[in-house]
Design a protein around this ligand. Structure first.
Ligand SMILES: NC(=O)c1ccc[n+]([C@@H]2O[C@H](COP(=O)([O-])OP(=O)(O)OC[C@H]3O[C@@H](n4cnc5c(N)ncnc54)[C@H](OP(=O)(O)O)[C@@H]3O)[C@@H](O)[C@H]2O)c1
Length: 207
């Protein structure tokens, strides 16, 4: 698949690394092409300026802080028909609460900004450290919950998740990002508040 990842920070670099290893063609972009290049060269990705980066991409992964999503999307230009993966968690400054919730979600707010694209929520419940390390948890695989309204876009994101070894868990429509974002908040509590560390991830069991 041809992917563009916006943001070369903790999550963007981890996803880029995993997607390159899985054989995808990955372009990294962001506000600083120099910074993007440093990461891209270390993992075998390429770089493009923001205003060119989405043109040939089948999937655009938005790996920027939620507050920056609007600026980042505007800088990408035309996104009509693109699959946009939103990994964000709209956290308060102390990481202990959410700034959006109950009647909307970061994913739904982002979708309003790009009405001709197909936004799929995914990866937000994984710590960046887990993404960097990969899907294996001993005998178990990590889960990636994905939620969206366009079936074809969801199928693409499911394939992407499975290509890097995670279990892809269909969490329904984009509205269910209202559940996935607080789930990430709980994960952050377990990791930092309860001291379990960042090599943990939520999963859903079925008997
Ligand atoms: N860290 C985690 O464990 C984790 C887990 C799940 C989800 N998330 C979510 O993933 C997203 C990224 O988190 P992170 O931890 O990777 O953050 P990070 O390490 O701070 O990286 C953020 C990236 O976004 C870029 N950026 C900021 N504003 C931008 C803009 N307007 N246009 C283009 N690029 C911009 C930054 O680059 P410059 O500042 O150089 O422009 C940087 O590369 C957040 O929404 C977060 O909630 C994080």
């Amino acid at each position: 698949m041809t992917l563009t990842i916006v943001g070369y920070g903790n999550v963007g670099s981890g996803l880029a690394k995993q997607f390159v290893q899985a054989g995808h063609s990955v372009t990294l972009t962001g506000r600083s092409l120099d910074k993007a290049r440093v990461v891209a060269e270390s993992i075998g990705a390429t770089t493009l300026p923001m205003n060119q980066a989405a043109t040939d991409a089948e999937v655009v992964v938005l790996a920027v802080p939620y507050e920056q999503a609007s600026d980042a999307l505007a800088a990408l230009g035309d996104l009509q028909g693109k699959v946009i993966v939103d990994v964000s968690n709209p956290l308060t400054a102390d990481y202990m609460g959410l700034t959006v919730g109950f009647s909307s979600s970061a994913a739904e707010e982002i979708a309003k900004l790009v009405p001709t694209a197909h936004v799929v929520k995914a990866f937000n419940t994984l710590f960046a450290q887990v993404i960097h390390e990969g899907a294996g948890f001993g005998e178990f695989k990590g889960s990636v919950f994905f939620a969206g309204d366009a079936p074809v876009a969801k199928k693409t994101v499911k394939a992407l998740i499975e290509s890097i070894g995670f279990d892809a868990v269909d969490a329904g429509g984009l509205k269910n990002a209202r559940y996935l974002e607080p789930m990430a908040g709980l994960n952050i509590y377990f990791g930092y508040g309860a001291g379990l560390g960042t090599q943990i991830a939520p999963a859903w069991l079925q008997r």
